[in-house]
Design a protein around this ligand. Structure first.
Ligand code: SF4
Length: 218
């Protein structure tokens, strides 16, 4: 037997995956819950996902595709913001969105993974629903025995926090639109401490900061 690595096939598969992650062009909820500068780059800068980022992303999407969620991947457009829950349930109270996440973070309560709850809260706020469902696959479990774990949560938000969320999302959207219109780079303000480490634009962002600091010194 002879085994040879097929780099051409690898390149073709990666190129196909990259096309699937092509920029969407409109403002989505996920642009509004993380660093606004990253959102700006996402909407304006040339994409330069590296192979590892593409593979990591596709892993999460492949898992979501295998889940049988009701009404998968329908896009909504509310208050000028696009969003696509992984699924939703129609109930008497309205649409209950479902968010499914695959994470390498160890198993812990969702309150300790606030970005997941923020995304779900955004869906609920824009859909006018007090309830949402979160499904999390912890691929490395609690790290000790590396047992893969599936967690499912029903989350209830109160009306006041949902109203505030809509206001804040609309404010952020309008500010991002202004920055895009006026070609103004938003401040570097990650909402979570891991954001810069995982950011595809970290190099570009650091270079921009260096130029700004250099100009400030002159
Ligand atoms: S590197 Fe950090 S501050 Fe810069 S765009 Fe990315 S997330 Fe924002």
């Amino acid at each position: 037997m002879k085994v040879k690595e097929d780099m051409e096939l690898r390149a073709a598969l990666l190129s196909d995956l990259k096309n699937k992650f092509a920029r969407r062009g409109e403002i989505h909820l996920t642009h509004l819950i993380y660093c606004p500068r990253k959102a700006y780059y996402d909407l304006t800068a040339p994409q330069h996902y590296d192979d590892e980022q593409i593979l990591r992303y596709s892993l999460g999407l492949a898992w979501q595709d295998r889940l049988t969620l009701p009404n998968p991947n329908r896009s909504f457009h509310v208050n000028g913001i696009w969003f696509t829950p992984d699924g939703y349930v129609e109930s008497e109270e309205g649409i209950i969105p479902i968010e499914a996440k695959l994470t390498g973070a160890k198993t812990k309560p969702p309150e300790e993974m606030p970005h997941m709850l923020e995304q779900l809260k955004g869906y609920c706020a824009l859909l006018g629903s007090k309830h949402g469902i979160l499904v999390v696959l912890h691929v490395r479990g609690n790290y000790r025995d590396r047992k893969i774990e599936l967690k499912t949560y029903r989350v209830e938000f109160d009306e006041e926090e949902l109203e505030k969320t809509v206001e804040e999302l609309v404010r952020r959207k309008e500010e991002l639109e202004r920055c895009l219109r006026e070609n103004e780079l938003p401040p570097a303000s990650p909402q979570y401490d891991w954001e810069c480490t995982n950011c595809y634009y970290a190099e570009l962002c650091r270079a921009t900061e260096r130029i700004k600091n250099h100009e400030g010194e002159r």
